[in-house]
Design a protein around this ligand. Sequence first.
Ligand code: HEC
Length: 274
Amino acid sequence: MTEIPEHLLKRAAEARSRMTGGGGGDAEAAAPAAAPAPAAAPATPAPVIAEEPAAPEPVAAYVEAGLSRKRVPVWIIPVLLFLPLWAIFYVGYLERPPAEGGGLLAEGAEVYATSCAGCHGGTGGGGTGHQLNGGEVLLTFPSAAAGGAFDGIADHLAWVANGTAGTDALSPLGYGDPARPGGGRVPGGLAQMSGFGGSLSAEELVAVVYYERFTHGGLEAEAAQTELHVLEEVVHLIDEEGLDLGAGVAVEEIQAIVDEARAVAGAGGESAAG
Ligand code: HEC
């Protein structure tokens, strides 16, 4: 705001006093200068000025609010920068097809990497333990969903739960398909594998078995879908009935759960198709 020069104010006051007939010339010229000065406020005895003091003195409420308001916290900056990234990941997560990427397969890959890869190789090529990739694991535990004569899922689950010693105790004659090319497997035939029934949850165990069957065994798409549905149902039944795939679980017990899961999954598939 620009101030009106003193001499102009004076001239205006003189002109005004000339028009009104003079008299209060001095008083009127002083008024504009005196008004903004806060010193005028305490002069209470003068009745005319006494009405005014409220206006110039307190800071307006909105200015005061602005001054006392808390500043935007510094941490909000990284949070705002991160927000778009989060949105992208979140949308990506929602769009991922549940049967393919997420669920059992992803969980199984994690379990395999931490608990099994050390002996069977990162890609299942073998080491201390048997080679699993190139379809080898499905020669030992064939897929009924892919038309295998021997139904290998329950044996596969029981093997991983029990390991060499546990399997030897339950079925010393062998595990997996007895008609396996190259001869049926016998516990201790290669070396010792410990059982994982005690250290993995039932879901983790089912997940790593599905991972091996899908990734190393090379299940065809349709058989993979069927096995996935059956194994998801197995997890569901185990949860529901409070069962466990702990060490010492017999193949027959697992087979009963697999059969029940197949019935449920099969019924679901038929009703969905019809
Ligand atoms: C300490 C090394 C070691 C670890 C760790 C290990 N295995 Fe094994 N695995 C073996 C050995 C050794 C055998 C053969 C056992 C025998 O001859 O009795 C085997 C056999 C197998 C077989 C049967 C393969 C066939 O064709 O006969 C499967 C399936 C298997 N392991 C899965 C797993 C899974 C799943 C994990 C992780 C949860 C795992 N293994 C962790 C050493 C290991």
